[in-house]
Design a protein around this ligand. Structure first.
Ligand code: GTP
Ligand code: MG
Length: 200
């Protein structure tokens, strides 16, 4: 799939105030600082479509971007930000959970995982929660430019092993770098294939 246009639409904390035109939505989620906003910019060939930051906790709202006037990318705040207060974490839970469980147009969730790290409890818990709620998701390993391919294979193997303790089969897997643009075509083609099954 080619990106012709990518535009910011709306930010909010209430999923009911988001777009209601039924275009397919693809949500990007993962630990704070894992590279969600950077990946969105990489996929869309934009430098500043989604706001990025070296400090965790940058994205605070549900952000909709419309792509090719056909589908939405949804940038979400990260989870597991250690410095967030209990109160703001509870608020996070509520509005993200409401969006993810109530959105009628959500096609799939891209769960971003830092490829440099061992399997993280919070990520495994989130993916298991998606399973309980029957929400389809993919695993997207980020920042692969930061480690050797041997190390990447090792870390991914650990993730596979860990996931297979809970799951009969693995979800789709992507490896990406927002620096080198690795993974762009595969992810866009995956989205394009899903869209072609949905958009008349
Ligand atoms: P929150 O909005 O705070 O939840 O973070 P986020 O997941 O949106 O992360 P963001 O895209 O803002 O990136 C966090 C930091 O990681 C920034 O300093 C990015 O430049 C860096 N980063 C993101 N992706 C990559 C990547 O593929 N390679 C490298 N080397 N750095 C990356
Ligand atoms: Mg962000």
């Amino acid at each position: 799939m080619k990106i012709k246009t990518a535009e910011f639409v709306i930010s909010n904390t209430d999923y009911k105030k988001g777009p209601t035109d039924g275009k397919p939505e693809y949500a990007f989620i993962g630990r704070s600082n894992v590279g969600k906003s950077s990946l969105i910019n990489m996929l869309t060939n934009h430098k500043k479509l989604a706001k990025t930051s070296g400090k965790p906790g940058k994205t605070q709202l549900i952000n909709h971007f419309v792509i090719n006037d056909e589908w939405y990318i949804v940038d979400l705040p990260g989870y597991g930000y250690a410095k967030a207060s209990k109160q703001s974490r509870a608020k996070w839970e509520k509005f993200i959970v409401e969006y993810l469980t109530n959105s009628k147009s959500l096609v799939t969730i891209f769960v971003l995982l830092d490829s440099r790290l061992e399997p993280q409890k919070i990520d495994l818990e989130f993916m298991n929660w998606c399973g309980e709620k029957e929400l389809p998701f993919s695993m997207v390993f980020t920042k692969i430019d930061k480690l050797s391919s041997t190390q990447l294979q090792k870390n991914m193997a650990k993730y596979r092993k860990e996931m297979l303790k809970y799951w009969a089969e693995l979800p789709p897997l992507f490896t990406t770098s927002s620096e080198s643009k690795f993974g762009q075509e595969k992810m866009l083609n995956y989205i394009g294939d899903l869209n072609s099954q949905i958009i008349p």
